[in-house]
Design a protein around this ligand. Sequence first.
Ligand code: DO4
Ligand code: MG
Length: 312
Amino acid sequence: MNLYYILDGGQSMRIIRFKKEGSTILAAVTDKNQVYELPFSDFIALVKTSEEKGKSTVAIVEEVISDSLPITSDFYELELVTPIDAPEVWAAGVTYEKSKEARNYEATHGKEPVAETFYDKVYDAKRPELFLKSTSARTVGPKEDVYLRSDSNWQIPEPELGLVIDRNGNILGYTVGNDMSSRDIEGENPLYLPQAKVWKRSCSIGPAIRLVETVENPYQFEITCRIYRHDEKVFEGSASTSQLKRTYEELVSYLTRDNEIFDGTVLLTGTCIVPPNEFTLNNDDHIEIEISGIGVLENTAKEQVSNSISNR
Ligand code: DO4
Ligand code: MG
């Protein structure tokens, strides 16, 4: 059951982390964008304190900040890092019709599929597509570079709502995620999915975690993606989580089934925005993913020199 907390400042409470003098500081961002430092080592420590005290997380934050002063009213001016050190990032696929259409296009090179495809089937199946997207070491935060694969000519960002969950599958908050994807590698053969999805710096999350109890309807997040090349906008697309085919609880229930997951795991819920089929990311493209009430996740795509053994 969600507890709605209607005190001034708490309605859209978000949690961020930033670097200060070599340390990582946890902080809260209120409705009015006032930023307050928090005396917890990380988001999970805050959640654990709220459980121990039998209070909502937002109530604990309100208590802490009630007798302190904000450090800024613009959290983007801080040196932000991922809002949580997610031990694993999992991802759901083909949860929006837009993604199903894009996957079919990749697989058939634009021809009309003659029979029902795996993507058509998984879109309608009871069991969702879930895959391990990233680990903590591969995941980057706001303003960090995401990398492009050196062996792919068709790559895109996938803007996705991320669920921050605990070891029992409870949803603790919502964040913004980028599931960087290689369309030609997946299109060649769906068995290449791990290579189409997982490489160094192929995932970003941030800038904030919106506390679950402050969100009245998580199926009304607006997601917007903008891509800039040499300061010129080359793509913009928007969609809403209202178009999601499944529920968040359904995705979490399959992820946690006979599985062990860890506090602070992030589950990306699938993409609802796909740039035009002729679009591929270039070196230095700047990607912005904005989710209403959470924030804007910014990253720059960078080519990397292949370090595969065959190229040495
Ligand atoms: O089937 C491939 C994964 C699709 C995906 O990542 C998405 O729908 O977001
Ligand atoms: Mg995706």
